[in-house]
Design a protein around this ligand. Structure first.
Ligand code: F6P
Length: 364
């Protein structure tokens, strides 16, 4: 038996409770562990706020969104005496290991805590953004894509009724995984992602081309972190919160206003925001979270301290946290090509590059 702590850190994400539940079930029943959950991420470690976790305490949480432990972006190295206080709490509990369920920032803190001897850690990759390297998928992403896709499906019908342009802003601060997947799944006209700065005049051209051929409403999906080609469109710098975290959201309105100005077509914007993070995880995310949770507590017992659990070629495995931190996983070029084969074929046709027969078809 060992004593293991668990915390959830950073933005919440559907599937967090399913991970905690799996860690606890496997830890208690298979390994005979004693488990402790810290409240509000690293804040709970610094301030000594925690609770005992056992199978009974986790009943009913599998399908519930959010995190029963609470979360925050508190960073021990950015709080006065944060490191000393965190060490004191961890020592008073005589923890053998800490399972950190978090995104890029939280995993970087976990890696530092491990390498600087604060506590041995195992990481679990969490974020709806799906931007953690060395893993094919983070839990929460599938749920976010499903929510965004359903929203796009709904926007299609109202867009068509009014012959409007609908701009849908989705999350994705550094990368466009949600935008690309939901854009493909929802049959978007065009999708804008942080990886590829966009030219608003090309977007306007695509939209105009569609409308000139009939009552073809357009759906433009924009990742919140998408940016125009420098010098082509003015975008205000985002505000920064107390944790140095940029508060994004707003590019959708900029794109919508500019499209309306350039095309003259009535345009509306929908910002999906935190709806994408709320509510129940999909079945896929419940299963992935459960697999990650079991693998994380197994890693504690099986020489996996300092690692992050990961999905590779469909198998849950482990990678050193050192390989994960400091990078982001961007949208794969091959997937982006697929997306463009669907989105931008229309632009090719506008420019006279597409085959004549394709001019009659519409893939949306
Ligand atoms: O990192 C996950 C994420 O959902 C991003 O997509 C988004 O930019 C950010 O969190 C929002 O953070 P907050 O909950 O602080 O507004």
């Amino acid at each position: 038996m060992v004593r293991v702590g668990v915390l959830t850190s950073g933005g919440d994400c559907p599937g967090l409770n399913a991970v905690i539940r799996a860690v606890v079930r496997r830890g208690e029943r298979h390994w005979g562990d004693d488990l402790v959950g810290f409240h509000d991420g690293w804040a709970g470690v610094i301030e000594g706020r925690y609770q005992a976790l056992d199978v009974e305490a986790m009943r009913g949480y599998l399908a519930r969104g959010g995190t029963m432990l609470g979360t925050s972006r508190v960073h021990p190295w950015m709080v006065d005496d944060g490191v000393d206080r965190a060490r004191a709490t961890l020592q008073s509990l005589a923890l053998d290991a800490l399972v950190v369920i978090g995104g890029e920032g939280s995993l970087a803190i976990a890696h530092r805590a491990h390498t600087e001897g604060m506590v041995p850690v195992v990481g679990v990759p969490k974020t709806i953004d799906n931007d953690i390297p060395c893993t094919e998928q983070t839990f929460g992403f599938d749920t976010a894509v499903s929510i965004a896709t359903e929203a796009i499906d709904r926007l299609h019908t109202t867009a068509e009724s009014h012959d409007r342009v609908m701009v849908v802003e989705v999350m994705g601060r550094h990368v466009g995984h949600i935008a690309t997947w939901a854009g493909i799944a929802g049959g978007a006209t065009v999708t804008l992602v942080p990886e590829h700065p966009f030219d608003i005049s090309r977007v306007a051209e695509i939209v105009r081309w569609r409308h000139e051929r009939g009552r073809y409403a357009s759906i433009v999906v924009v990742a919140e972190g998408a940016l125009p080609v420098p010098g082509t469109l003015e975008v205000e710098a985002p505000a920064v919160d107390q944790f140095g975290h940029q508060r994004l959201g707003g590019i959708g309105s900029v794109v919508a206003a500019e499209l309306e100005r350039r095309t003259g077509f009535e345009t509306r914007v929908t910002v999906l925001g935190h709806v994408q993070r709320g509510g129940s995880p999909t079945a896929f995310d419940r299963v992935l979270s459960s697999r990650y949770g079991v693998a994380a507590i197994d890693a504690v017992h099986d020489d996996g301290l300092g690692d992050m659990v990961a999905l590779q070629a469909g198998v849950v495995t482990r990678v050193p946290l050192a390989d994960v931190v400091g990078h982001l996983k961007t949208v794969d070029d091959r997937l982006w090509e697929v997306a463009n084969a669907l989105f931008e074929a229309r632009l090719d046709r506008v420019q006279g590059c597409g085959p004549a027969s394709s001019r009659e078809s519409d893939t949306t």
